[in-house]
Design a protein around this ligand. Structure first.
Ligand SMILES: C[S@@+](CC[C@H](N)C(=O)[O-])C[C@H]1O[C@@H](n2cnc3c(N)ncnc32)[C@H](O)[C@@H]1O
Length: 496
């Protein structure tokens, strides 16, 4: 941080007044649709440093500085620092909320200062984001949001930045989120996608990819982006042969899911579940219902003749390989064995751990040429992808992913599909899956791969029984706003 930040100060936010509303309410409570709150009265409390905000700030710093994953680091820090209960809930809300809204918060912060954000020290910017998130998207009183951000940044970057941070956040607090959006979002008549992108805190290219996949820039796009910006429910897999979904729901207090016979839904923010009994005893695992549905389609589409050799070509960390292995271990499929291929050694070890005791063999190999004997009856290609379908579960990823990543990924997807068609026998099934709705990675990669292989596309919709709104087929695109799942894509093809 240079002294610059102090001397050049904040911009007087375009018509906004200085100083903030004093908003009532409990810390951590979201208030997406702002409603007027009474002005807080009484003496101002001295700034209190608290473990929740310190954890949130430290995770945000690690995300910025070393590309850490918030959803992996946060539980680790909470455990390490023994932060629990309401503090843990507040830290989670602030970390995920700030990371998810970072691009929107940056636009608002940029409107309050008179220089490019790239010239603001990154610790200062993270502190401003954390403060701005509390001001705009929670009911935390403005003075607590501002003072705590000032203290965190003072500790991280020095006291000379305190005045700057205080002044910028006072300017931010001069308007609520809706007022900032009205000022900064493009005119929806001229730029509907840009307007929705900012309103739902998505990069424009992601919003455009959603619009292209939906064929819609109106209400459905708005619903899709809003659902993608909401905190998701936690989905569990009740491992077939170990526990039923009914039993798992009863033990966890969750709800049996609508579509997968093995899924249970728990409320958003259910916290660290690793210690809960069914997960600790490996009867269940965390897995999105959409991942279960595509795996069941890959295992359920009929093949002619034998059905004993299954291949999972991109297996790490092992969620789908576990479900395939559990199905293979049931009495109905006595002959099935699964080979699971993963190129990254450490991820292959995770697969080994996940499938322990199941009829699954793990191979550390490149799926493009794994050195396995061909003739498989089924091959699942759960290809590396942009992950645009699971942005709601990975708070920072929407701002980290770049449009330019997609070209490299589609090349890898093509190579893996080509390998799958070499390894499957005539009459066998190739299931192509990505956790993305981006057309280049979904229809584009799948149809090009099938055409090159001279295979036949199979209508996938009948293998998603009971799932509504699957469109015209033959491929299936699941959506958070339609199905409550991640936006998983599944294409099925039969080799000839
Ligand atoms: C979308 S993830 C698969 C998720 C997995 N099927 C599950 O359900 O847990 C893609 C995986 O492919 C792996 N991968 C990337 N390139 C690969 C390659 N050339 N061959 C095999 N695996 C690869 C990645 O390391 C990653 O673990």
């Amino acid at each position: 941080m240079s002294d610059d930040n102090r001397s050049r100060g904040p911009r007087r936010g375009r018509g906004g007044r200085q100083g903030g509303d004093r908003r009532g309410g409990r810390p951590g409570e979201s208030e997406r649709g702002r409603r007027p709150a009474p002005r807080k009265t009484g003496p101002r409390k001295p700034p209190v440093q608290d473990p929740a905000r310190q954890v949130a700030f430290d995770v945000l710093r690690a995300v910025t500085d070393r590309d850490a994953y918030a959803n992996l680091l946060l539980p680790e820090l909470l455990r390490e620092r023994r932060v629990s209960g309401r503090d843990a809930a507040l830290a989670t809300e602030l970390t995920y909320g700030t990371a998810r809204a970072a691009g929107l918060l940056d636009e608002i912060i940029a409107a309050c200062i008179d220089r490019p954000l790239s010239e603001v020290d990154s610790a200062v910017l993270d502190g401003l984001r954390l403060g701005a998130y509390q001001l705009l998207r929670t009911r935390i009183p403005a003075h607590a949001a501002v003072d705590s951000a000032v203290e965190l940044v003072r500790d991280a970057a020095g006291s000379h930045v305190a005045g700057f941070v205080n002044a910028v956040l006072r300017t931010v607090s001069g308007k609520d989120e809706q007022q900032w959006l009205d000022e900064l979002a493009p005119d929806p008549e001229q730029d509907r996608i840009g307007n929705l992108a900012l309103r739902t805190a998505h990069p424009r290219w992601v919003a455009r990819a959603f619009a292209e996949a939906l064929g819609d820039t109106g209400d459905e796009l708005a619903s899709a982006l809003e659902a993608d910006d909401a905190r998701p429910e936690v989905h569990l897999l009740a491992k077939p042969g170990e526990i039923s979904a009914d039993e798992l729901a009863a033990v966890t207090g969750g709800d049996v899911a609508p579509y997968s016979p093995y899924a249970v839904h728990l409320p958003a923010g259910s916290g660290d579940l690793s210690a809960s009994e069914p997960l600790a005893e490996r009867l269940a695992l965390v897995q999105d219902e959409g991942s279960q549905l595509v795996t069941l389609a890959a295992a359920g589409a009929p093949v002619e003749g034998s059905d004993a050799r299954w291949l999972d070509l991109c297996a790490g960390p092992g969620g789908k390989a576990t479900l395939l292995g559990c199905l293979a271990a049931t009495a109905e499929l006595p002959d099935v064995h699964v080979d699971a291929v993963e190129v990254a050694e450490h991820r292959a070890r995770l697969v080994e751990h996940a499938v322990d005791g199941l009829p699954v063999t793990v191979h550390v190999a490149d799926g493009r040429d794994p050195g396995l004997e061909g003739g498989y009856d089924r091959v699942l290609v759960d290809a590396p992808c942009s992950g645009l379908g699971a942005l709601r579960r990975r708070p920072e990823s929407r701002w980290r992913r770049k449009q330019s990543d997609v070209a490299d990924l589609t090349k890898l997807q093509a190579d893996l599909l080509e390998s799958a068609f070499r390894l499957v026998r005539p009459g066998g099934i190739v299931a192509y899956v990505v956790c993305s709705p981006h057309l280049a990675e979904t229809e584009g990669s799948f149809t090009a791969g099938v055409r090159r292989a001279g295979a036949e596309i199979v209508d996938a919709r009948p293998y998603f029984p009971g799932v509504p709104a699957l469109g015209d087929g033959p491929t299936v695109q699941l959506w958070p706003h339609r199905h409550g799942t991640d936006a998983m894509f599944c294409g099925l093809a039969r080799a000839v």
